[in-house]
Design a binder for this molecule. Structure first.
Ligand code: KIV
Length: 479
């Protein structure tokens, strides 16, 4: 006798982006569409979508060395510079331009568009971004600063300036190493030579007509503190407007990095006239934590990349830092950014696609599993109240779920989740039908990691909606 088996077909879980403007606020138990439980206290349980009653906070006007609102944190995106230094990630000029446009939609304050002296291609890409994205002023007067990186030498600085100068808000970012190991083995320069170089090159950048100059003491995390205060004080006098503090090798612990920022703010002469910035590499997986600690200690510019791409283990990721600041607003004195979080997901996809650097499924916020709930206990909780296992709703970063509760059906799923999904698909089944379907469902789930809507439909029509047999095939022979 021939047995016909219907093979469930694969249809991947799909998410779509959304363009709505959004801000995150704290969700209270009583404020959601979920059932209320009046016996529970009215405490914050998660970050959630915007409440119309809260007035939005505005991005303050751009002044290079000063932020009129002390709670505002600038987001400096270096996906196109440090991000592109990721092994295996190189992008065409057209791809870089697309990403820069998307970064402007996202609302980043500064785009580090590349390292113009590195190659003619880099120079042309930075110039194109400066001319196009750097002049696209929106209705609110927002336009990102376009920044070019340079070492501390006249050729690099001049080339960076030539690339960015036609942007409405051009910035030169120049750096030199300040740690003993870098000065001795890489630069072969004394402390005094490094100070002289930094001071004269910052002054040179200003002499070109650039009003916005960022200086980074490379490997600040391993640099002598007193030396840092001294060199930073000197570059402030020479005209630097932002001082960026890189943990170049990702070695500092969050509390140490926070203290480094606090110490620089307390001991550097003239520091009240500049913005302090963080740049944290992810060698120990601490880049987001370090960046947040930097902001807590007074940094008001945070250097990040989309998906956390960058040299070696990458940089602090924009999406993690921005969402952590939002969710932790209550302990960060309500710091805020100008990022429109609804564009995060699409930007992440674009960078993944163009850089070729694929995200791990469990990457925070933007990984494929970031909003997927697979175990039966979690699914049951999600069906009862999304706040049980979800601190951010996917819509807040521009994702729409494939089903209401964000549930992924698989071998750990329970009857409740399976039935709920079937109801969402329009099937009203009796208890005994659910029961018999459930065992078929479990058997398929053992073989197949994810059970899709198409699989469920196939199971229902195979198990439940079976027509009464009119005739039966007993045997079939081929000759
Ligand atoms: O990691 C680093 O130190 C840098 C600087 C140039 C900011 O990328």
């Amino acid at each position: 006798m021939a047995t016909l088996i219907r093979t469930p077909f694969f249809s991947p879980t799909t998410f779509t982006s959304s363009n709505n403007n959004n801000q995150l606020l704290l969700l209270r138990l009583h404020s959601s569409k979920q059932p209320t439980h009046s016996s529970f206290p009215n405490f914050s349980i998660s970050c959630s979508s915007q409440s119309q009653s809260q007035s939005p906070r505005h991005r303050p006007p751009y002044i290079p060395n000063h932020i009129p609102d002390p709670s505002y944190v600038r987001i400096f995106d270096t996906t196109l510079r440090d991000g592109e230094q990721s092994p295996g990630a190189s992008m065409t000029s057209k791809e870089k331009l697309d990403i820069a446009r998307q970064l402007a939609k996202l609302g980043v304050d500064i785009i580090e568009a590349g390292f113009p002296a590195a190659s003619t291609d880099d120079f042309e890409a930075v110039k194109m971004i400066a001319n196009e994205v750097g002049n696209a002023v929106d209705d609110n007067g927002y336009v990102p600063v376009i920044c070019g990186l340079s070492r501390c030498n006249e050729n690099d600085i001049q080339t960076a300036w030539n690339a960015v100068k036609h942007a409405k808000r051009p910035r030169i970012h120049t750096f030199i190493a300040t740690s003993a190991i870098h000065m001795e083995f890489k630069l072969r320069m004394s402390k005094q030579q490094v100070i002289d170089k930094a001071r004269t090159m910052v002054a040179f950048a200003r002499s070109l007509g650039c009003q916005d100059v960022e200086f980074s003491p490379e490997d600040a995390g391993r640099s002598d503190r007193e030396f840092l205060y001294q060199i930073l004080g000197e570059v402030i006098k020479a005209g630097a407007t932002t001082l960026n503090i890189p943990d170049t090798v990702g070695i500092t612990m969050p509390s140490e990095f926070g203290k480094l920022i606090a110490d620089i703010k307390a001991n550097t002469p003239g520091v009240e006239n500049v913005i302090i910035s963080t740049h944290c590499q992810n060698d120990l997986g601490l880049s987001t934590a370090n960046t947040i600690e930097g902001a807590r200690a007074g940094a008001r510019q945070l250097e990040v990349t989309i998906n956390g791409i960058g040299e070696r283990a990458g940089n602090a990721s924009l999406e993690e830092v921005v969402m952590a600041l939002k969710c932790g607003g209550h302990i960060f004195n309500n710091l805020f950014t100008g990022i429109n979080t609804r564009h995060i997901y699409l930007t992440s996809r674009m960078v993944e696609e163009y850089s070729g650097l694929q995200l791990q499924p469990h990457k925070a916020l933007v990984g494929a599993n970031a909003f997927a709930h697979e175990s039966g206990i979690h699914q049951d909780g999600m069906l009862k109240h999304k706040g049980t296992y979800e601190i951010i709703s996917p819509e807040d970063i521009g994702l729409e779920r494939s089903n209401e509760a964000g549930i992924v059906l698989g071998k750990l799923s329970g009857r409740h989740a399976m039935r709920k999904r079937l109801e969402e698909l329009g099937y009203e089944l009796k208890d005994d039908q659910v029961e018999s379907l459930f065992w078929r469902f479990k058997a398929v789930a053992e073989q197949k990691k994810r059970i899709t809507d198409a699989d469920l439909r196939a199971l229902v029509s195979d198990e439940v909606f079976q027509a009464e047999p009119i005739w039966k095939l007993d045997d079939l022979q081929f000759r």
